[in-house]
Structures are given as C-alpha cells and as structure tokens.
Design a protein around this ligand. Sequence first.
Ligand SMILES: Nc1ncnc2c1ncn2[C@@H]1O[C@H](COP(=O)(O)OP(=O)(O)OP(=O)(O)O)[C@@H](O)[C@H]1O
Ligand SMILES: C[C@H](N)[C@H](N)CCCCCC(=O)O
Ligand SMILES: [Mg+2]
Length: 401
Amino acid sequence: MNANPPRTASSYPGVAVTPLPRGWRSGGHGLPAVTAPRTPDPADPLLAHGGGRASGVHPGEEPATAVRAEDGLATGGHAGEGPAGDGERGEGVPSPLVTAPPPEPEPGEPGPATADPAATPQPETAAPGDPAEATDSREGEVDDASVPTGVQATPRRAAAPGEWHGIVLVTGTDTEVGKTISTAAVAAAAQAEGLRVAVIKPGQTGTVTGAPTDAEVVTRLAGPDTVKTLAEYPEPLAPLAAAKVAELPPLELYEVVDAIRAEADKHDLVLVEGAGGLLVPMGLRPGGDVWTFADLATALGASVLVVARAGLGTLNHTALTLEALSRRGVPAKVILGAWPAEPELVHWANLSELVPHLVGALPAGAGSMDPGVFRRSAPGWLTPALHGVLDNWRVWAEEAG
Ligand SMILES: Nc1ncnc2c1ncn2[C@@H]1O[C@H](COP(=O)(O)OP(=O)(O)OP(=O)(O)O)[C@@H](O)[C@H]1O
Ligand SMILES: C[C@H](N)[C@H](N)CCCCCC(=O)O
Ligand SMILES: [Mg+2]
C-alpha cells in the first residue's frame, strides 16, 4: 500500500483551503522567515569571507532593519487560513528576507533605458582576467581594508526592497538546480515587459565537457539584449579551483563588480548567475583572499534569487542559503527550478513550506521547450515581482498539480 498517495494541490497546506493534517504546522518553520533577522556583525567571519570587507550595510544606515516583503503575492497563508498576513506569520511580523534596504539611486541617476528590439543577443566571452573587460573599480582607493564598508558598493541603479530591477544575482542551493533555466525565464519575462536585460556569467566552468555554456542556453531560450561570460575554465569545478588547475587567472572580485556595473549602466535588469551555490569559491581578491558569490552580492548591494529543488532535501538546503543571505543583510527570494510533472507528497509539502519565499516555479522540462514557447510561458511561472503574472500559488498549484 502506498503510504504517500498522490494528492491534489487542494489537499495541501499553504496552497489550500482545507484543514491541515493532524499535527502539521505549515508555513516555513525551520526556514529563516520565522526567525528574527540577524544584525550583520562586522566581526562575523561569514561576513568577510577570506578576510574581505563586510558590506551590504551602508555608512550611516541601520543595518538589517527588517521590513515586510512586498511581492504582490496573495499567498504565504496556511492551510485553513487566508492569504499571506494571516496566521502565525501575520501582519506586522517582519520577514528577514527583506532586510537592509538597498541604497537609494544616486542623484542624477538616469532612468531606465528604453528597450531596443533591434539589439541582437550575442554571448560574449572575455579571457579570464582580461583587463579590457573590466576596469578596476578600486581606482583611487587607498587600501582595501581601510575602505569604509559599502562606500564603493553602491550599485548604479538600485532596486527598492521587493523590486527586482537593476542588478539581481541568481544563486542556487546547489549546482544543477536550474539556475540557468530560471535566469532565462526571468530574462524572458522582463524582456516581454519591455525591459532591457543583460545576463552575466562571471565564471563558466566545465567547457571541456562540450555541453552548451550557460550563456548559450540563456541566449537560445530568452535572447536577452546582452549575454556575457567573463571567464571560462575547462574543468567542471568551482571557478577558483578550475582556474588553479588550468593555471589561468582567477576571477578578481572588483573586476567582476565593474563588469556588472558597466552593464547596469546600459540595461534595466542585469541578471548575474553564480556557479553552484552561494559560498562556492569564485576567485581571489586583489590581496589574494578568496571571494564567494555572497561577497559579490554584498559588494554590489544586490538582491539575490535562490533557485531551489522541489524534492526531498530542499528545505534544509534552502534554509541554509537563506540564512547565509539574511545574516549578510541581503534580500532574497526563492524560485523552484523544476516543478515535476507528477508531483508527489514531498513536493506539495515542500511547496507549502516555501511559498512565503517563492517568486517563481518552473516546470521540469522548461529547458527543453521551443524558445518561442519558453518566452511566452515564462511570465506564467513568475510572480509580478519578477515581471511575471503568477499572483496566486493556490491557483498555480491546482494547474500544476
Ligand atoms: N526547468 C527545467 N527544465 C529542463 N531542464 C532543466 C530544468 N531545470 C534544470 N534542468 C536541467 O538540469 C540541469 C541543470 O540545470 P542548470 O544548467 O540550469 O543548472 P545550474 O543550476 O545552472 O547549474 P550550474 O551550477 O552548473 O550553473 C541541466 O541539464 C538542465 O537542462
Ligand atoms: C561544473 C558545474 N556545473 C558548476 N558550473 C560548478 C559547480 C561548483 C560546485 C562546487 C561545490 O559546491 O562543490
Ligand atoms: Mg547554470
């Protein structure tokens, strides 16, 4: 006898109106949404991986002040309860996922550029460490350690809390979770809204395998205005390890920051895809210390999308990633990279836990779609926060289940 019989969405907490199973408490407990946000502690070694600066908190600002996420979702509720705001995580209960607001746009900042439909997307690749690809954002700086936190970290076009314009980083709970497909979906939805979109892959590893690069996949599926890879390494390893074994220059944090900011000057949305998960060693700082994708997020003051699996094990991986971002004061939301065609008990259970964090869910197989179908479908997989039209998880679950 099957202990976990298939169920419909309407029988699951968080996406349903039916009562919870006995003893079931839903709504993301165990995930950081129910914990108070940590105030970033400059002495916290996690805030300064490899001895680098801890940023994301700006001079004169109160760090990690919690505000409620505004993502336009009529969700986040619990079984037998109404939409978000009801129940134990009710109105006035702060979400730690939107913490220190990103900095205000600089005075005189130009508005969003108009879309250029004539632009031809072309993946570009710079040689690792190619100085022509990224000017040094640290020009004129004195010493890395003496620079006040965040002074150089102001993005050209910052997004307000809960908004996903400007520079947005895409990480995952692991490698092979659907970061590239999700990046393509967000790019497609944003382009459909008329935004000029760039996608940047700082470190592409595993080129020796002959598989399409992430830039090629994004170009095929979404065709953003600009797609760039900053460095390619042959072996399928973390970028820093791949650079070492190939004896190629590792990615340098501030060259990557500059390359991303340069695209932010020319686009409304710059999606930056990491490699593997949040704390994968990406490259070296000028002083020789390791930097991670989390360091890139704090250096840019950017929000982060976390692409997660839908199946067993995702709650822990997602909670760990969100906690690491929360303690750095980085706003974050979650996308399910591949929702199965035939979801089982575990998928519905995980969905109910993750709904308060979710801003998107892609169907498994989306990456194999015809690009035209992919582009037309993408807005339906994403909430309005990500330029999509998905505004009710219960309705989505009924259709997806
Ligand atoms: N929604 C999806 N539809 C189709 N294929 C998918 C989907 N999500 C993931 N995949 C497949 O799973 C694999 C991993 O996906 P993807 O390349 O997006 O991973 P990733 O998280 O970007 O990994 P990496 O760390 O290597 O960049 C790929 O082979 C991809 O084709
Ligand atoms: C090659 C692979 N597909 C990714 N691009 C790199 C993943 C690095 C993961 C490192 C790790 O967490 O152990
Ligand atoms: Mg990828």
